[in-house]
Design a protein around this ligand. Sequence first.
Ligand code: MG
Length: 233
Amino acid sequence: VIELIGFDADDTLWHNEIYYRQAQDELRAILSPYQQPGRIDDHLYQTEMKNLDHFGYGTKGFILSMIETAIELSQGCIPSSEIVKIINLGKQMLQADVVLLDHVQDAVADLAGTYPLVLITKGDLLDQQRKLGGSGLTAYFQQVEIVSEKSPDLYLNLLQNLDVAPICFLMVGNSLRSDIQPVLDIGGQAVFVPYQITWQHEIAEEADWSGEPGCHQLEHLGQLPDLVAQLNS
Ligand SMILES: [Mg+2]
């Protein structure tokens, strides 16, 4: 029986990755005098991975990684006016409109009438708070957790604090790595709702999870209330 439902935020409730891809397109244009496009994407990703331990997830770390990439791939030749353009790309991301995915508003409102909902997201504190505020969904969540990493221990601690057994917890998200695998690992249930595009880092091997008990997959959140009703019937 499901007693508590957890939601991921970025690319589960609202669009996010699309803004990163747009910024990356612009970065490619800015760096085109210095490097091949494929090399730029690759270098940026490697830089982000190297910087994760320092900056964590989110837009601010992404901006710094874009700047580092620009300096390295131009071998220090990029003018400061171009660096300013990169900083402004990041500032645009931090001011982008919050656009809910289809069916989210109705599904969340519906489920909040019956179940306690928690929001569990990585990213920059200020930016995630801003997006939640802009989403209009704040009132539906009993608790909001903005965390540095979604590990099995993170989920376990959260459930212990809320006095909910893992088997009674259902996590909904677009990332196999962050939203699905760690929850299945602790004996919880998970609903994978793939987004149109996935950041390379969040992709997990399909073989690791498909067919696991407790794992469900939906095309969109509009299908979630029926699934939860079915699980609890
Ligand atoms: Mg997500």
